[in-house]
Each structure stands twice: as structure tokens, then as C-alpha cells.
Write a protein that binds this ligand. Structure first.
Ligand code: GRG
Length: 294
């Protein structure tokens, strides 16, 4: 195992243990909803957003413990978006994180509610974070709310749904990626920074880092959709072509898309200059997101 692999494995364990303590137990009444929430949360996600949140806190000189509740909050919001995205009325998918999707196991109504409950829990966990001197709990909740709403996550999803079957231009595609994907990565690192009392210039650097790695992440995701198998991805491969989605590989080709993802990752590295050696974990994570195979 490389150092990065063991770092990631240790972080996943740390986040999973905390999520286990934050989510109502599977035996809590009504048991079906709590089983459904746990089904999706513990299906084996990579935990990239909470890991980025913790690494951002450390880059700003804070401790991972201070950012743990917010880190779990972003994972809950992310998992809610995946559950809803997989519903028949959205992307209609049977597999996620290598297991049947929430609605396949618990039915559509319960999956919808599991997503709703995870979204509410996301806000609860951010509200339970530690406030420092520069940022109040209200600032952190506002940060998450802006990302979750119609101007970012939901808006990006709407543009994505409405773009199906159309020949989108690069600008339209960038809008979707920035809002559906990069906004969530950006909020993850910003919340980590806020929990660690980031200086204004550090928070601005985290925002730049989140947007650039977030865009690179989605480009790589689109590349993997055409180059990897369903088994490797843990979700249906080849969906973008099947649902006539415009993607970077479809518009630019695989090589130019790869080049674009590399350029964005270089920009992400430059954004971290302000942190000096403390930004090393975030640098390694940006490289990992670029090189990932699933
Ligand atoms: C509001 C009804 C309603 C729905 C929200 C916003 C939304 C629906 C869906 C967006 C979900 C989505 C598929 C975003 C794209 C980002 C992406 C590639 C997610 C996969 O992230 P990974 O690879 O997944 O980090 P794991 O499973 O490892 O966490």
C-alpha cells in the first residue's frame, strides 16, 4: 500500500466511524427509513468530500476533529443527491457504489424520504460544528444552503436534465459541471477552512482549489464513464452516451479532455501556494482525483 492509499483508508475509517455515530441506528423507529439512509451512506463511497474537508481544515492550521461534523454533513448532502439522482424520474439507475440503488431496495417513496432526511441531517451536522472567531455557525449553514439550492446543486441538475439529447456548447457544459459537481467540492473545502478559522486569503484559495479540482473531477468522471466497466465504477458505465448527454469527451475527445483535466489540476496546485507545506495533503488529493480509476 502506498502512503496515499493508507492515508485514504485511514480517513475513510475515521469518517465512517463518525457517520455511524451521527446517523440514527438501523433499529431506531421508524426502522425502514433509517435502514434506507444507512444503506446508501454505508454502500462504500470514496468519501472524497469529507476527506477534502478535513484536509482543508488541516491546511488552515486546524485539527481534523474540529471539522469532522461538517465533513460528515457534506457526505450526507452528497449521498442525498446521489439517491435522488438515481431515481427513475431523474437518471434512473439500478446500481450505485457497487450495490443496488436505494429505491431498488426500499422503493421510490422511501428512497425519496431517505434523501430528504440525509439533506436535513447535513444541515444539522454543520449546525453542530465548532464556530471559531471569523465564521459563525450561521455563515457555515449559509455556505451549505447556497450550494444545495437552485443556484448550484439543484440548478446544475436541472441544466443537466434539460440538456439531455441536445448538442450543448462547452460553456453550457461548464455551467452544469460547476454547479452540479464543483460547487459541492468547493463547499467541502471551504467548510473545512471555516471550521479552522481560515484567513480570508486562505478561504479564497480554497474556493479556487475547489472549483478547479471539481471541474477536473467531473471531466475525469465523464472519461471514466466511457473507458471503465460497470464493475470497476460500481455504477452503470456508458450512461452518458445512452442518455445522449453532452460531455467533455463527446465535445473535445478523450485526449483533449484529459489535457483539460491536467490543466485544471495545475491551477488547483497553484491555488494552494498560500498554504506552503501545510497544503501538501490537498496537493496529493488533487493528484489522486486526476489519476483515479473509479
Ligand atoms: C434536488 C431532486 C433533487 C436532486 C438532486 C443534485 C442532484 C440531484 C444530483 C447530482 C448528483 C450527481 C450525480 C453529481 C455528479 C457528481 C458525481 C460525479 C458524483 C459521484 O461522486 P463520487 O465518485 O461518488 O465521489 P462516491 O460514491 O464515491 O461518493
Amino acid at each position: 500500500m502506498t502512503d496515499l492509499q493508507s492515508y485514504l483508508a485511514q480517513r475513510v475509517q475515521y469518517v465512517d466511524r463518525a457517520l455511524d455515530s451521527f446517523l440514527p441506528s438501523a433499529g431506531t423507529k421508524p426502522v425502514t427509513i433509517h435502514k434506507a439512509m444507512r444503506h446508501s451512506i454505508f454502500a462504500g463511497g470514496k468519501r472524497l468530500r469529507p476527506i477534502l474537508c478535513l484536509a482543508a481544515a488541516e491546511a488552515c492550521g486546524g485539527s481534523d476533529a474540529d471539522a469532522l461534523s461538517a465533513a460528515c454533513g457534506v457526505e450526507c448532502l452528497h449521498t442525498y443527491s446521489l439517491i435522488h439522482d438515481d431515481l427513475p424520474c431523474m437518471d434512473d439507475d439500478d446500481m450505485r457504489r457497487g450495490v443496488p440503488t436505494c429505491h431498488k431496495v426500499y422503493g421510490e417513496a422511501m428512497a425519496l424520504l431517505a434523501g430528504d432526511a440525509l439533506q436535513a441531517l447535513a444541515f444539522e451536522l454543520v449546525a453542530k460544528s465548532r464556530a471559531g472567531h471569523r465564521y459563525s455557525i450561521g455563515d457555515m449553514i449559509l455556505e451549505l444552503a447556497c450550494t444545495a439550492g437552485s443556484l448550484h446543486l439543484v440548478g446544475g441538475q436541472v441544466a443537466d436534465l434539460e440538456g439531455e439529447g441536445k448538442n450543448l456548447q462547452l460553456d453550457d457544459l461548464r455551467f452544469i459541471h460547476e454547479n452540479k459537481t464543483a460547487a459541492m467540492l468547493t463547499t467541502s473545502v471551504k467548510l473545512g477552512g471555516m471550521c479552522a478559522d481560515a484567513l480570508p486569503e486562505e478561504l479564497a484559495a480554497l474556493e479556487k482549489f475547489g472549483m478547479t479540482t471539481g471541474l477536473a473531477f467531473q471531466i475525469i468522471d465523464d472519461i471514466l464513464d466511457v473507458t471503465q466497466t460497470t464493475e470497476k465504477l460500481g455504477k452503470s458505465a456508458g450512461k452518458d452516451i445512452a442518455s445522449e448527454k453532452s460531455t467533455y469527451p463527446a465535445l473535445l475527445g478523450l485526449d483533449a479532455s484529459c489535457e483539460k483535466a491536467h490543466q485544471l489540476t495545475e491551477q488547483a496546485h497553484r491555488a494552494l501556494d498560500v498554504f506552503g507545506p501545510r497544503g501538501q495533503q490537498l496537493r496529493q488529493l488533487a493528484d489522486y482525483l486526476l489519476a483515479r480509476e473509479y
